[in-house]
Design a protein. Structure first.
Length: 326
C-alpha cells in the first residue's frame, strides 16, 4: 500500500470558543491552566511558548487536514469548567456541531456531556442520548479530572449502562492530569479495570496511551477485548523522541494487537502533518525487533493505526476524502 493511499482519521480535535476564552481569562485558575498547557506542549512539541497557534476552529483545522492528508476529524468541545470555578466551559457541544456543520464529509461529532457526577448523572444521560439520537455523535469523551469522582465511582454505573444500551464508544482521558487545577487521582488505568470487568461490552478508547502508566494500560488492553489505545497528544512526544515510541508502540502491538491502536490529535492544528507523517513512515528498528521482540511495522499496521481502526470503532466508512486523492 502506498503512503498516499492511507485513510487517516484523528479523534480529539478540540475547538475553542474565542469569546468564552476571552471572557474567562480573569479567573486565577485560567491563568494557571494556560501556564500548565505550556508545560505539556514543551514536552509534546518543543514549541516556543510565544509561537502563535492557529485559531482552534474548524475552518483552520480543515486546512491542516488537507496539508497532512487527513481524511476525517472528530470535533470535540473543551470543557475545562474547573478553570472558571464551574462558571462556564470553554466550548459547548452546540458550538462543536456548528463548527463541523460546513464539513459533513470530513468532520464528525465527538460529544462530551461531563462533568457527569458534578452536573448530575441523569442530566448527562439525557444529553448523551440526545446527541447520539439527534446529533449523530459518533464518540463520547469522559473527562474525569474535572469531575467529583474517579472513573470507577459507583455513581457512574447508570451512565455506563446507557452507553452500552446506545452502543456509542467512549473516549477517555487516561493517565496523568496534565493541567491544573485537575487532580491525577481520577484517571489512573487501574480504575478502568474495575469498570470494564462490570461492562465488558463497553467500547473504550484510552487517550494519551495512559502516560506515564503506559505499560499498565497496555496490559489492560490485552486483558479487555473492547479496550483500545490512542496516541492522541502523546504522539507529538513520540515523534520527537522516537525510541520512546518504539517501545510504547512495540509493546502495544505485542499485547493488544494491531487492531487496537488508533490516532488522535489534541495538539495545535499546525502539528498535524508532523505527527501523521511520523506514523505514515514509522519503522521498527531491527535492533529492537531482535533484542526486544517487537514486530516489524507493516503497511497493514500503519493503515490500521492511521485510520482503519478508528473508522471501524466509530462506524464510519474508511474512504479517502482529501481533495485530489479520491
Amino acid at each position: 500500500m502506498a503512503s498516499k493511499d492511507y485513510f487517516v482519521a484523528l479523534s480529539e480535535c478540540h475547538f475553542l470558543n474565542p469569546e468564552v476564552m476571552e471572557d474567562s481569562s480573569y479567573h486565577p485558575n485560567f491563568q494557571r491552566w494556560v501556564a500548565s498547557v505550556g508545560g505539556v506542549l514543551n514536552a509534546w512539541t518543543r514549541r516556543d511558548p510565544d509561537q502563535p497557534w492557529p485559531e482552534p476552529r474548524a475552518e483552520q483545522l480543515i486546512k491542516y487536514m488537507d496539508e497532512a492528508g487527513v481524511d476525517v476529524a472528530f470535533g470535540l468541545r473543551e470543557p475545562a469548567m474547573n478553570v472558571t470555578g464551574y462558571e462556564t466551559c470553554l466550548s459547548t457541544n452546540g458550538f462543536i456541531k456548528r463548527e463541523i456543520a460546513p464539513y459533513p464529509d470530513r468532520m464528525y461529532f465527538e460529544c462530551n456531556v461531563g462533568p457527569i457526577l458534578r452536573r448530575g448523572v441523569e442530566n448527562a444521560i439525557w444529553e448523551l442520548e440526545y446527541h447520539v439520537k439527534e446529533g449523530n455523535a459518533k464518540l463520547c469523551k469522559v473527562y474525569a479530572p474535572e469531575d467529583d469522582g474517579p472513573l470507577n465511582d459507583p455513581r457512574l454505573w447508570p451512565f455506563y449502562e446507557k452507553v452500552c444500551e446506545l452502543g456509542i464508544p467512549l473516549t477517555m482521558h487516561m493517565g496523568t492530569a496534565y493541567v491544573v487545577p485537575s487532580p491525577c487521582k481520577n484517571t489512573h488505568p487501574s480504575l478502568l479495570d474495575e469498570v470494564l470487568l462490570d461492562f465488558p461490552d463497553m467500547v473504550v478508547i484510552a487517550y494519551h496511551m495512559g502516560w506515564p502508566h503506559t505499560e499498565e494500560l497496555t496490559g489492560l488492553a490485552g486483558k479487555h477485548i473492547n479496550l483500545h489505545l490512542s496516541l492522541s497528544g502523546i504522539v507529538g512526544y513520540y515523534e520527537r523522541a522516537p525510541y520512546r515510541s518504539y517501545h510504547a508502540i512495540g509493546q502495544a502491538l505485542e499485547w493488544a494487537g494491531p487492531e487496537k491502536l488508533a490516532m488522535g490529535l489534541d495538539l495545535p492544528f499546525d502539528e498535524t502533518k508532523r505527527i501523521v507523517d511520523f506514523i505514515r513512515n514509522l519503522e521498527m528498528p531491527e535492533e529492537l525487533q531482535e533484542k526486544w521482540g517487537y514486530c516489524e511495522i507493516t503497511d497493514e499496521i500503519r493503515a490500521n493505526i492511521l485510520g482503519l481502526n478508528l473508522a471501524r470503532i466509530a462506524g464510519i466508512d474508511p474512504v479517502k476524502r482529501v481533495p485530489g486523492t479520491n
